[in-house]
Design a protein around this ligand. Structure first.
Ligand code: SF4
Length: 366
């Protein structure tokens, strides 16, 4: 079992972000812990292998709030199943990481941090509405290592609009110089009703083009592979022993529980998701109502499509037998290894259309 906790608070909204967040100057930490623990009481939390604090900005919660949540979850799982949680990840923004906080997180049980660096170019960071500058990313990495947290992942965003003149090669070099064990690379997407969407509508900037997206993705794939990283998923590259166990569980279809606003839970066949807005979620808990906004039970066909999609986005691929014949035009996008069909980096760039094609043409499937 895997546990996700959505911490919705941010100090401002980044220009590209459409996540479910609540912008707050002061974080209602005590209230958050109380309502999340209340919701936790409605779930079976034995057998927890991983805990992931995502957001939002979980690093805005005071360390003692994080510690009390972790110790509650540990107590539940060790008492019910006598086992230990192996991976506890905290998403953090560089400006929140200090030596003291990093030590407090480590002693609370956090053993993996996913750091939202995004770029090492201060002009780009300002354009993104990020609250940190490039220097803070390095300082955060040092503070985390000093506290004994070696398992640090760095997020970078690529495929930015041309007019920013972002030097992707330089950003990758700067990231590698900090010796992360894991990197997550995300292409910029334009989500409706974000500041970026509004800038594009009034002609103040341009949507990134597909060519830049492909060039930068393939460049990063080559560069990181040459540095000893392995792309175990389309957007995630790790050194040996540093794959995210929590995210790997999602991609292999394992069950998980999500707590907090907008969090999703999955029991193997039914997916439920919570009320999206923090206030609506908080009120529902306070009034003793269910926080579940909606749910869907997957049909056999939907599960098959999902298995194919999740499998192909990872380096494990899908069993070769699942696909009977591939259209000729797909040749450069797949390879077969040890009875599994896997995407090449060029295939990963077209993942959505490949899965759509394979699932719309049943004659390609067994
Ligand atoms: S910090 Fe993360 S969640 Fe918050 S606004 Fe920025 S991208 Fe969105």
């Amino acid at each position: 079992m895997h546990l996700y906790v959505h911490v919705p608070f941010c100090q401002r909204r980044c220009s590209y972000c459409d996540f479910s967040i609540a912008v707050r100057k002061r974080i209602p930490a005590e209230q958050f812990v109380a309502v999340v623990l209340n919701e936790a009481g409605t779930h079976q939390l034995a057998n927890l292998d991983t805990i992931y604090f995502g957001g939002g900005t979980p690093s805005l919660l005071p360390p003692d709030a994080i510690a009390s949540l972790i110790s509650h979850f540990h107590r539940r799982t060790t008492h019910d199943a006598r086992r230990t949680v192996v991976e506890v990840t905290l998403e953090a923004n560089p400006e929140d990481v200090t030596v003291d906080k990093a030590r407090a997180w480590a002693s609370a049980g956090v053993n993996r941090v996913s750091l939202g660096g995004q770029s090492f170019d201060d002009t780009v960071l300002k354009w993104m509405h990020r609250s940190h500058d490039a220097a803070r990313i390095g300082a955060a990495m040092h503070a985390l290592r000093g506290a004994g947290i070696e398992n640090v992942s760095l997020d970078l965003i690529f495929a930015l609009p041309d007019e920013l003149h972002r030097d992707w090669e330089r950003d990758l070099d700067m990231a590698l110089a900090l010796r992360p064990n894991h990197l997550s690379l995300y292409g910029l997407t334009v989500e409706p009703r974000t500041p970026l969407d509004r800038w594009i509508s009034r002609g103040a900037t341009h949507a990134p083009d597909e060519e830049r997206y492909a060039e930068e993705y393939l460049f990063a794939h080559r560069r990181l592979t040459a540095e000893g990283f392995f792309f175990y998923e389309v957007s995630n590259a790790a050194r040996d022993g540093y794959r995210s166990q929590h995210n790997s569980a999602y991609w292999s279809g394992k069950p998980y529980v999500g707590l907090g606003p907008a969090a999703h839970s999955f029991d193997g066949s039914t997916r439920r998701w919570n009320l999206r807005a923090w206030e609506a979620y908080r009120r529902a808990v306070a009034e003793g109502r269910s926080v579940v906004d909606s749910e869907e039970t997957l049909t056999d066909e939907q599960r098959e499509i999902e298995r194919m999609y999740l499998g192909l986005r990872t380096a494990d691929g899908v069993p070769s037998g699942v696909v009977r014949s591939l259209p000729k035009s797909f040749g450069a996008w797949f390879y077969e290894h040890a009875g599994r069909l896997k995407c090449t980096p060029e295939g990963w760039l077209r993942l959505d259309s490949i899965v759509a094609e394979l699932t719309m043409h049943p004659e390609t499937q067994r």
